[in-house]
Design a protein around this ligand. Sequence first.
Ligand SMILES: Nc1ncnc2c1ncn2[C@@H]1O[C@H](COP(=O)(O)OP(=O)(O)O)[C@@H](O)[C@H]1O
Ligand SMILES: O=C(OP(=O)(O)O)[C@H](O)COP(=O)(O)O
Length: 403
Amino acid sequence: MTTFQTIDDLESGRRLLVRIDVNAAVEDGTVQDDRRFARHAETIRELLADDHAVALLAHQGRPGRETFVSLEGHADILADHLDHPVAFVADTCGDEALAAIDDLELGDVILLENVRMCDGELPEEEPDVKAETDLVRTLAREFDAYIGDAYPAAHRSHASIVGFPQVMDAYAGRVMEQEYTAIRAVRERTFDGPVTMVLGGTKAEDTIPILERLDDTVDRFCLGGVVGELFLRAGGHDVGYDVAGTALFDHQWEDHRTDLERILETSRDRLFLPTDLAYEDDAGKRTEVSLEGTSKERPFLDVGSETADRYADLAADSAAVFVKGALGVFEDDRFADGTVTVLSAIADTDCFSVIGGGDTARVIELYEFDEDDFSQVSIAGGAYVRALAGESLVGIGALADNP
Ligand SMILES: Nc1ncnc2c1ncn2[C@@H]1O[C@H](COP(=O)(O)OP(=O)(O)O)[C@@H](O)[C@H]1O
Ligand SMILES: O=C(OP(=O)(O)O)[C@H](O)COP(=O)(O)O
């Protein structure tokens, strides 16, 4: 078992650099979901109770995406959850940040600007390379210790995740510790009956390795969302094209076409693909079409009801169901049916279930599911499924390697 120091091992009254993950859905510049804030507030509250000074480091979105915004609004949401001021600093590791860190006193909390705006945070590189970035070299000397709490980003070999533990005393925060322990316990379970995985969402890069690595554990994969459409395209159907300027489909197709075609060929008996899809018609209404009637000129925003019912039946007949990624654009209630139908089937049966994905977990709140109807709800997406597949997460490894 991987072991790391936790915040229980910290002496009180330290100056701490705390990496959290409050990456959230953002619309028109405004954060739409506070699940991750609520969880990290628990770690921060404990740190404040132990009289530490806390500087928070976090990211939001990816450069080039609409969700790549400043963390100013995030500081207010966090302050509400903590019921304690969180001062936003519009800089990550320059003079303004260093001045704010200099002023930091025990009991204070500051949030530094989006770390992905800083040179050196991206791209993914080896931890020793990341340890040499200006970001790590500059901030590391300002603090007594680093707290890694960003479990949802623990699969990314970015400077703020793997670089600091190379050069600083490092500890796992509560989110990191709890999510790691929970997924580890799931991996050790065996199930008396079929195991189903519902895979949707937008990130083919996170889904493809799962399909290959969970081959022994999962009996059937029900695919939807952008990922499902990419598989349909690999099977020769007229879907999965960028028609609304989102660059979600065509770029991923170029990057992953060979893998998609290979997996479709080798795992055909385990893969369940949509047989119908839903789109917005000219009158603005949800309309469904079978695969024979699809066209590459139209964006599809959900799986159709025949597909949703088939996936719901498979889930209801399972001993365990793992969900990662939504089957449609659930933020628009016209296109939430696929995801909601399948989650309802899972909630109504007593199978073991894990629901993951930063966005997917939001469906539970938006559509008023009772969280207790699921065995486990993870605030992570890509990190949770990789851990489920037995992959070591670099962010956990970095904390474990810390002397
Ligand atoms: N057909 C689709 N077209 C565009 N976006 C989609 C589609 N299906 C699902 N999505 C989007 O996928 C998002 C969830 O994606 P992702 O980030 O991969 O999952 P998670 O955050 O749950 O890990 C949702 O916000 C949803 O709107
Ligand atoms: O939200 C996240 O991942 P998730 O969508 O898989 O839950 C993490 O913050 C990682 O973000 P990234 O996938 O832009 O590296």
